[in-house]
Every structure is written in structure tokens, then in C-alpha cells.
Ligand binder design. Structure first.
Ligand code: KG4
Ligand code: ZN
Length: 346
């Protein structure tokens, strides 16, 4: 059975045009072109603008990734591409390009679920084979990004159960919207977390879904509570210190909402390790609160070897694709390549 795969991986699920070259779980090259400056003036990602920029850049980013890895098309064993979830017009660009390459070079194609790739990001090793996690199953994944907030139980590679997810906004979306209310710019997460460092979490905000028995999340109520709270503060009191304190309070509330459900899931499913993934996991307060819970249950908290693998990137797609390729999980018919929106194939 073939287990060695050099893979060209593409992710165009949102506003990052990213291409990686991986050899098994080693990341040989990972080029991420962030479109953020183009979307900034709209205060969020504009799907058709994202599509246009992906179309313009994809070829160049592929060539850069190949050059950096020292590989060429003829040395590849497979092509991988994110097939969902994501913004349909944006996803389409990567899927079309990956199909083209697969046909031209007669390579098998791996269709990757973006959330599975986030979940497996901790298993990636660097270009020298360093880093990367040893799996201990069952593992519990907490995936927190701009589009998703999910708790996933992982029984093995390829076997996942979606335990809970947001019923409205994702946590990252809440960060972005609250930053917008404070006129702080886009994306809000990094700005809020920077300001929160200088603040004290002294304002009480409601912890979403604290009373619910299930493992779902909700962030739209918190967003509204923030709006009402901020509307009551006169402009002259919205000093830098106030904004820092508010940012710290908001961040702490999001962390509490996430860890409440994480702890519930730990009690119920007794995982052996916790896998973290997604852009919001860059947030140090959230990490600290997750670590506190993990320590209580003597659990290891797992993160990728570099923060670059938390936000959207194709390296995690390549690594995920390797696990799929080993089990011969290739796209059977290029013409009927379908999307796979849910990480729920236990
Ligand atoms: O995983 P990601 O790159 O894209 C999606 O798949 O959605 O996550 C992007 C999200 C954005 O909402 C951004 O504001 C948030 O991650 N983010 C953060 C931080 N860095 C990025 N949120 C909180 N604190 C951060 N330090
Ligand atoms: Zn993502």
C-alpha cells in the first residue's frame, strides 16, 4: 500500500489564497496570500471580490509554493483541494484549478473538508520533520474561526462526530462585529486581543448558552448585548482605557462560553487530548482558559507547530489529504466532485 505522497494542496475557502506542498505530514512549503487589505474597506469578506482575487493569484501562488518546496508538477503524487465548507464562489476557484492539474498531470485528487483540515493542523510537522503531535484517541477538537465554532470528537483519522456548533454567529464573527462597533477595523480578532492586553475584564457581559444542556454555542446574543452596552456609554467616556477594558471583558466572556461547553464535553466523552484549531485560537486569553480546564482533567492541549497553521492555510489541507490518500480516499469522478459541508462521519 502506498503511504508516501507528495501533495500540492490548495485552499481558497475564504479570503486567503493559499497553496502548500506537503510530503506526508511534512510541510515543505506553505504560501498564504491574505486578501484582507481588499476586504477591509467593506468591513468583511465580499465573496465575489474574494473569487476575483483568487482567480488572479492562484497560478502565481501555486508556482511560488512549488519553487519554495523544490518540487515540480511531475514529482507530485496527488493534488488536494478544500471542497467545503467555505464561500461557494471562492471555493470554486481552487476546485477548478485542482481539477485542471489533476487532469493535466494524471494525478489523483483529494477533496478535503476545511474543518477536518483545521482539526488535523496539530499533526503537521515542519519541513525538517520536527513538531507534530502523536495522536491519542478519542481526541476532542475545539475549532474556532471566523466562520465556525465547533466541538468535534475524533475517534481516529477519518472518524469524527460533531458534538456541537454555533447556532448563529461564529466566535470570530462576534470578534469582528464587536470591533466594528468600536470602529477598530477589520479583522477584529487580532485588534481586540491586542487592546485587551492593556485592559481589565471589569464589565459583566452575558455568557451565551451558559444554561443550555447541549454542546452548542451562540454568539449573536452576546453581540447584541455588547451593542446595547456600548450605546449607553457617552462618546466622551469611550476612552482608550475604556475600550481596552471592554475588549478584555468581551474576550473573557467568549473564552468562558467556549470553555463551559468544552468542560461539558470532556466530562461526557473522556477524551485523551484536546486539539485546538482556527484563527480565534490565536487569542491568548482563550488559550489560557482552555489550558486551565485541561489541567483540571490532566489533559494535553495541542496546537500546531506554528500559529501560521491556525488561520486559513493550505498546509493543513495537505496534511489532511495525506491521511485521506493513505486510505485511498480520492475523488472518484472529477465531474461529480461534491461538497462536504459537515464534519460528521463517525
Ligand atoms: O480560521 P480563520 O483564518 O478563517 C476562517 O476559517 O474563518 O479565522 C479568522 C478569524 C477572524 O474572525 C479573526 O478575527 C479571528 O479569526 N482571529 C482572532 C485572533 N486572530 C484572528 N480572534 C481573536 N483573537 C485573535 N488573536
Ligand atoms: Zn478556516
Amino acid at each position: 500500500m502506498k503511504t508516501e505522497f507528495i501533495i500540492l494542496a490548495i485552499d481558497t475557502s475564504c479570503d486567503e489564497t493559499s497553496v502548500a506542498v506537503t510530503k506526508n505530514d511534512w510541510v515543505l512549503a506553505n504560501i498564504v496570500y491574505s486578501q484582507v487589505e481588499f476586504h477591509q474597506k467593506y468591513g468583511g469578506v465580499v465573496p465575489f471580490l474574494a473569487q476575483k482575487i483568487h482567480q488572479k493569484l492562484i497560478k502565481e501562488v501555486i508556482n511560488k509554493a512549488l519553487a519554495k518546496s523544490g518540487k515540480n508538477f511531475n514529482q507530485l503524487d496527488a493534488v488536494a483541494v478544500t471542497i467545503g465548507p467555505g464561500l461557494p464562489p471562492a471555493l470554486e476557484v481552487g476546485v477548478k484549478k485542482a481539477k485542471e492539474i489533476a487532469l493535466k498531470y494524471k494525478l489523483p485528487l483529494v477533496g478535503v473538508n476545511h474543518m477536518e483540515a483545521h482539526l488535523l493542523s496539530s499533526f503537521a510537522k515542519n519541513s525538517k520533520g520536527k513538531g507534530g503531535l502523536k495522536p491519542k484517541f478519542p481526541a476532542l477538537g475545539l475549532l474556532v474561526s471566523g466562520g465556525h465554532t465547533q466541538l468535534v470528537l475524533m475517534k481516529d483519522f477519518g472518524r469524527y462526530k460533531l458534538l456541537g456548533e454555533t447556532i448563529d454567529d461564529a466566535a470570530g464573527e462576534a470578534f469582528d462585529k464587536v470591533a466594528k462597533m468600536l470602529n477598530l477595523g477589520y479583522p477584529g480578532g487580532p485588534i481586540i486581543s491586542q487592546l485587551a492586553k492593556e485592559g481589565k475584564a471589569k464589565y459583566q457581559l452575558p455568557v451565551p448558552m451558559a444554561q443550555s444542556k447541549d454542546l452548542n454555542f451562540s454568539f449573536s446574543g452576546l453581540k447584541t448585548a455588547c451593542l446595547y452596552f456600548l450605546q449607553k456609554i457617552p462618546p466622551e467616556q469611550k476612552t482608550r482605557q475604556f475600550i481596552c477594558d471592554f475588549a478584555a471583558s468581551f474576550e473573557k466572556t467568549v473564552a468562558k462560553a467556549l470553555t463551559l461547553k468544552l468542560e461539558k464535553a470532556i466530562n461526557k466523552f473522556k477524551p485523551r487530548q484536546i486539539l485546538l484549531g482556527g484563527g480565534v485560537i490565536n487569542n491568548l486569553t482563550i488559550r489560557k482558559e482552555v489550558r486551565k480546564i485541561a489541567k483540571k482533567y490532566h489533559l494535553e492541549v495541542c496546537l500546531p507547530y506554528t500559529n501560521k497553521l491556525l488561520t486559513d492555510n493550505a498546509a493543513m489541507v495537505g496534511v489532511c489529504a495525506w491521511y485521506q490518500a493513505k486510505r485511498k480516499d480520492f475523488v472518484k469522478n472529477l465531474k461529480t466532485l461534491d461538497r462536504q459541508p459537515n464534519l460528521n462521519f463517525w
